[in-house]
Design a protein around this ligand. Structure first.
Ligand code: UD1
Length: 417
């Protein structure tokens, strides 16, 4: 098993070009099966989840090329409508193939998804919405079987929670449905806007993505297009927090600052100097940072659940007390035991954690249990004195392209062993 060895205490300084958004590229690759000709997708991050999505596309019968951040998907040879457990088991988000397969072929069979260990991650909203569009859904023990004998038909669907995955799946299912679909109380995340922009470039008619209500006028068919995925807001926040925690100065490029405004605002509150322009943002640290009183995770544009572990680490080295409230997923606090081992003062129960900051962290041997928690441990190790070993690197590298190399280019002493 690979691990990171980090010798902390170095001030990070420099520039990082931010990878394409992991949470955009997966639904966009899934959406490519809706098109009747080739799609060219730029700014795709080299991540294990991207490789898995490609394996799924190949298994369905797509011809794929992947070179230097660009993926060519030719869906004209699709001959299969089934995704086996061997693939979905490794990536929960493979459920986003359900909507597109059903819309394009009237049939989909998908084994139950796996993925990050963030507690129970149900898919009832996806399935209820698909049923409202006319799909017949059969939930067997191992797999889901969906079919739409008469094709899908537009409907008014109110989500009981603005789920990102359900909004994406239903948007993709509705683009080829008969008539108009109105999705209400949907997720507003930038990755939803990105997916809608891709679909519209393929000929879909989607209005309102990024707002609570999305209207989709069904069309007969979609064609391929060329598209560039947005920058990854969580990756950008990770490098910015690394700068803030190490008394450094970090510039991230290839990212639209408005997509991470809630995190930039919080960084500013910790006393760091935060600046941004059209496609970049930067941080210049204040040492020690000042604790913000409270961080509550919310659907976008609120503070993102994926950002919580990053700010948890930041608050461990800030002056003052910070209360975190996680409202989206269970098990978001996987990094707490590791942070405590490094000397952080954190009490956590259920969805609340109280961090009494200004601990002087020291290096320790810790283990990443999930993607963002793992990134939080790396941040803490960068700010700690002495050497840390971080196991479970596979989790971290599900979401960060060239993580080690990028941090080293900022001056971190990090190596993968
Ligand atoms: C997506 C992101 C993930 C991010 C999350 C929140 C991808 C691949 N993943 O996950 O990185 O952390 O958004 O921004 O894009 N829920 C239900 N029933 C459902 C669906 C969801 O109850 O059918 C609940 C979940 O349990 C959770 C909440 O809704 O409490 C949010 O889930 P959702 O927005 O769907 O997140 P994901 O799409 O899984």
């Amino acid at each position: 098993m690979a691990r990171y060895e980090i010798i902390g205490g170095r001030r990070l300084e420099g520039e990082v070009r931010i990878q394409g958004a992991k949470n955009s590229v997966l639904p966009i690759l899934a959406a490519a099966v809706l098109a009747q000709s080739r799609c060219v997708i730029h700014n795709c991050p080299a991540l294990s989840d991207t490789s898995l999505a490609i394996q799924i596309l190949k298994m369905l019968g797509c011809a794929i090329e992947w070179n230097n951040g660009t993926i060519w998907v030719d869906p004209t040879g699709i001959c299969n409508r089934e995704i086996p457990g061997a693939l979905t088991g490794k990536m929960r988000s493979s459920i986003v193939f359900l909507g597109p397969l059903l819309a394009r072929w009237g049939r989909a069979k998908i084994s139950y998804p796996g993925g990050c260990k963030l507690g129970p991650r149900p898919i009832d909203l996806h399935l209820d919405g698909l049923r409202q569009l006319g799909a017949v859904v059969r939930e067997e023990e191992q797999f889901l079987l969906c079919h739409a004998p008469k094709g899908l038909t537009g409907a008014r669907i109110v989500l009981s929670f603005p789920s990102v995955g359900a909004t994406e799946n239903l948007m993709m299912a509705a683009v080829l449905a008969k008539g108009t679909t109105t999705l209400m109380n949907c997720a507003c995340e930038p990755e939803i806007v990105d997916l809608a922009a891709f679909l519209n470039r393929c000929g879909a008619r989607i209005r309102g993505a990024g707002e609570n209500t999305i209207e989709i006028e069904g069309v007969r068919s979609l064609h391929g297009c060329e598209y560039t995925v947005i920058g990854d807001r969580i990756a950008a926040a990770t490098y910015l927090v690394a700068g803030a925690m190490t008394g450094g100065e970090v510039l991230t490029t290839g990212i639209e600052p408005q997509n991470l405004m809630s995190m930039l605002a919080l960084l500013q509150k910790t006393g760091s100097e935060v600046r941004w322009g059209r496609d970049h943002c930067s941080v210049k640290a204040k040492q020690p940072p000042t604790a913000v009183a409270q961080v509550r995770t919310m659907p976008y544009p609120g503070f993102p659940t994926d950002g919580l572990p990053l700010f948890l680490s930041l608050s461990a080295v800030s002056q003052g007390t910070c209360v975190f409230v996680e409202n989206i997923f269970e098990n978001r606090y996987s990094s707490v035991p590791g942070l405590q081992r490094m000397g952080a003062s954190i009490r956590q129960e259920g969805k609340v954690a109280v961090v009494e900051g200004c601990a002087v962290l020291h290096g320790a041997d810790v283990c990443a249990e999930d993607l963002r928690g793992g990134a939080g441990l790396v941040l803490a190790a960068l700010a700690a004195s002495g050497c840390s070993q971080i196991q479970g690197v596979e989790w971290i590298e599900r979401g960060y392209e060239h993580f080690c190399k990028n941090l080293a280019s900022l001056g971190a002493r990090i190596r993968k062993t």
